[in-house]
Each structure stands twice: as C-alpha cells, then as structure tokens.
Write a protein that binds this ligand. Structure first.
Ligand SMILES: Cc1ncc(COP(=O)(O)O)c(C=O)c1O
Length: 383
C-alpha cells in the first residue's frame, strides 16, 4: 500500500467513510476551494458563511467570483443558527457553509434538512473538529461534503495540510476531475515544512511558546518560511499563484505518524474543556450551555476578556499558552472588511465576541496551572 493510500485509509476509518471519499491537499482551504468548484459555484452565486471565521474561507468563495453572504453567530455557541441562515437565503444561494467552531457543531441536522428541501448544497468546515462527534456521528458526516485542516494547532498536525470528505459519489467524481489540476509543492517548500515540523516537536513548550510564535508569524508573513497564510491572502482577494497545491510526501508521512495519537489527544482536550467550563460556570463567566457539551471536542476553549492586550501580556509573563484565534470576524484580518464584502456592524454578536476573545489551550497536561492563572485574573474576564 502506498503512503497516500495508508493515510486515506486511516482518515476514512475515523470518519466511518471509504478511502476513495477522501482527497488530500496542501492546506484545508485548498480542499474547500476544490469542493466549491466541484459544486459549480461561480460568478453570481451566493455562499452563506459564518461572520466568525477565518478569512481564507471567504477567499475561496471570492476566488471563484462568487459572493460570501455572512450570517451572525449565537453568543453562547459561537456558531450560526438555522434562523440566521434562513434570513440570508436568496434565489442566488447555492451553498451553505456551516462551521465546527473550536470543535463544536450546532443544529447540523436541522440546517441540512432545510438546505436539502431548498435545493442548496452544504459544506461543513470541520477544520477544528476532526475526530469529534455530532449526535454520535463523526463531524462532517452529514453535509454533502466536509473539509478538515491539519495545520499546526489542529486535532492532529502535519505542519500545514488539509483534506476533504465527499460522501456524494457524483460530487466526488467532479472533485477528482478538478484534482487533476493540482500542482506539487516545490522541493524548498517541502524541506522547509519538514524542518518546521521537527523544530516544533523539540522546541515548543510553555517557556518558548510566545517567543517562537511571534518569530514564526513574522517569518511566514515575509514569506521566509512556509506559513499558514501569505500576505496576499490577508490583504487582497486575488488568488495567490500556486494556490491549488496537493499534499506533499512529508505531510502524508507526518499524518500517518500522528493519527494513532488522536484518540488520547481528543480525550485530554475533552477533559480540559469540561474542567474549564465547570470552573467558569462557578465564577459566573461565559461558558457553554449543557445541551451542546456532548457534541464538543474542544480544540480550543474561548474566554472573553475586558482588555485583550493586558491579558495577553499577563499570559506571556506567566507562560500560559493562550491562543488568539478569531480576533476579528474574518480572522486574522484587522480592517478593510469591505474588500471581503463584510459590513461588520451588521453582525453585532460576531463583532462583540471577536473584540474580546482569547483561547485557552486544551492540549495541556497541566490544566491546573491554567485554572490557577484564571483564578488570579478572574476579574479581567467578562460574563
Ligand atoms: C474556521 C477555519 N476554516 C478554515 C481554515 C483553513 O484551514 P487551513 O489553514 O488548513 O487552510 C481555518 C484555519 O485555521 C479555520 O480556522
């Protein structure tokens, strides 16, 4: 069996799918682009997306000449709701993207039933939720297709990377035809990524986290290392050259090696997620409602702080590995939202949540230390 076959087989087993329903890519966003293209999304079409996502999601829609139509999120789940989605439907709506935010999916069956009855295609953005379950089924199982990310801080990592699950065989045939256009990553990109994977494994821990994170972000912005996003993706809506790239041998090898650890990593994240939720509830701070907890795989745990700069400095000083995901409705773009056809003021919940959010690590073996840190600074959190 070849390495890609083995990798697809491992992924498929986890998704209760068949290996020939899995497609591998250089990044998760590339998987999304291929899905949208295979669905025939083009100029004049509208695609519904949460107003609380990563900018590469609307980018993939815009690269095809279509229009991202944003919908607000629920303040307690950070996900879109069927009600919000219904209000955004027009005759031009061709696809709905729902998101598994931080590992939590909501109202999936309701949204899909509605979409099918309206003849609208669905994609689940499972970049945060590989391995997790929604009502007992693997995340991504319900929609026409789903895509996943294996970038640094995802449920398992291949440095950067992504794949899709396409259960609809007609759609899968179209995806395969589009995949014939994939280009291969260069030798330099592959070598740099391999070096970064090794570097991360040996050098990132609580005491080096902040310094190395800043260094990586700086170097990837300048293009000196293979980063999560290029400057082009964050400042323009032009598709970067060499965007449509296949997975490399090195990513596949890293994936095959990482996947056997997924189960124990998920269990750890879940334990920590529940511990944070219980603690914040006793303190009267923001926490997830009971009815969604069993569907959460807790890739990250969001907290909402009064003064983000101050709180980040406190975390850095105390060597707490806080994440800063979704600091804007189209993370990590800080301004010029109109370029992405987003009027932030129309999405007050997403605007308010993203203005205060930070994320607690759930992959830590020392959740007690994070809880102690929270206890010391609990007044800095909003409710
Ligand atoms: C919600 C969401 N969608 C899509 C992506 C894109 O994934 P990738 O970086 O693998 O392209 C990300 C990246 O973190 C994300 O957070």
């Amino acid at each position: 069996m070849t390495a890609p076959e083995k990798y697809k087989r491992q992924i498929a087993a986890r998704l209760q799918a068949s290996p020939d329903q899995i497609n591998l890519y250089w990044k998760g966003r590339v998987a999304l682009y291929a899905l949208l293209k295979a669905m025939g999304i083009q100029s004049g079409d509208e695609v519904i997306v949460p107003a609380f996502t990563c900018v590469v999601v609307p980018n993939a829609i815009l690269y095809l000449g279509a229009k991202p139509v944003y919908v607000d999120i629920h303040p307690q789940t950070l996900n879109t709701t069927l009600d919000h989605i219904k209000q955004a439907i027009t005759p031009a709506t061709k696809c709905i993207i729902i998101q598994n935010t931080f590992g939590l999916s909501c109202e999936v069956e309701e949204i899909i039933t509605f979409a099918r009855s309206s003849n609208i295609q669905t994609i689940e953005d499972c970049t945060h939720g590989f391995g997790g379950l929604y009502n007992g089924q693997p995340n991504g199982s319900y929609c026409d297709a789903a895509f996943y990310s294996t970038q640094w801080n995802k449920p398992f990592s291949t440095g950067i990377g992504g794949f899709s699950l396409v259960k609809n065989s007609e759609l899968q045939t179209k995806v395969e035809a589009i995949n014939a256009e994939l280009i291969s990553p260069s030798l330099k990109q592959r070598k740099v990524l391999s070096a970064l994977i090794q570097f991360r494994k040996y050098l990132i821990h609580d005491s080096t986290y902040w310094t190395l994170l800043k260094l990586y972000r700086y170097l990837s912005k300048t293009g000196l290392v293979v980063g999560s996003s290029s400057d082009d993706e964050l400042t323009t809506i032009q598709q970067p050259e060499k965007y449509f790239m296949s997975a490399s041998e090195e990513q596949i090898k890293a994936g095959v090696k990482a996947l056997p650890h997924l189960e124990s990593d998920l269990a750890l994240r879940k334990r920590n997620g529940f511990a944070y939720n219980d603690y914040l509830r006793t303190k009267g701070k923001w926490n997830y409602p009971d009815h969604v907890l069993s569907n959460h795989s807790f890739l990250k745990f969001p907290i909402f702080v009064k003064d983000r700069e101050k709180f980040l400095l406190l975390a850095e000083k105390n060597k707490i590995r806080l994440g800063d995901w979704f600091l804007s409705p189209i993370h990590p773009v800080p301004e010029n939202f109109r370029l992405w056809e987003l009027q932030v003021a129309d999405f007050p919940v997403a605007e308010e949540r993203s203005a205060h959010i930070l994320n607690l690590p759930t992959d830590t073996n020392n959740c007690e230390r994070v809880l102690q840190f929270l206890e010391q600074h609990i007044d800095e959190l909003i409710e």
